[in-house]
Ligand binder design. Sequence first.
Ligand SMILES: Cc1cc2nc3c(=O)[nH]c(=O)nc-3n(C[C@H](O)[C@H](O)[C@H](O)COP(=O)(O)O)c2cc1C
Length: 162
Amino acid sequence: MSDPKSEALKMMPYGFYVITSKTDDDENAMVLNWITQASYEPQLIALGLQKTSHSYGLIEKGKVFGVNIFKQADADIVKGFTKGRAKNPDKMKDASYTHAPETGVPVIEGAAAYLECKVVGKLETGGDHDIILGEVVGAGVNKPGDAGETLNLPDLGWNYAG
Ligand SMILES: Cc1cc2nc3c(=O)[nH]c(=O)nc-3n(C[C@H](O)[C@H](O)[C@H](O)COP(=O)(O)O)c2cc1C
């Protein structure tokens, strides 16, 4: 029997992003769809971040993260970051990226735009993901356009909800 809570949660539409992180001696990139703007002033972003991910430890330590936004036409770039560090230890070695000026977080080559954020809060949910709150302290737009052209989770036929 299907669980209507899971079924309803799966009906919520999501974007799809590459979240980057860094400390003094490590950097990483992961895919994520649980993200939203959470305030206009200051401009805040909230992430639902898996506690067991490698990125979680880096964001906790480095206190910064990047949000890489892609066009639908560039979906193939994002696919290189779907595996976790444990399964794909070389994912950053194989990736092309630069560093954002304010925080130094990786900016993935081919991203249409990026946000760089400083962590300003964390909500320990007691569940398998925590909520990380970041203030947007910088951004860049490489391929201008509207949100209708942005890569979303359903464009890939994948699901992460329920
Ligand atoms: C389609 C898809 C959506 C995902 N969405 C999220 C998400 O919203 N939040 C999250 O913490 N992990 C999400 N993940 C899982 C992470 O990408 C996964 O835990 C990854 O291994 C973490 O990488 P890391 O260990 O290198 O940090 C998603 C994975 C996929 C394939």
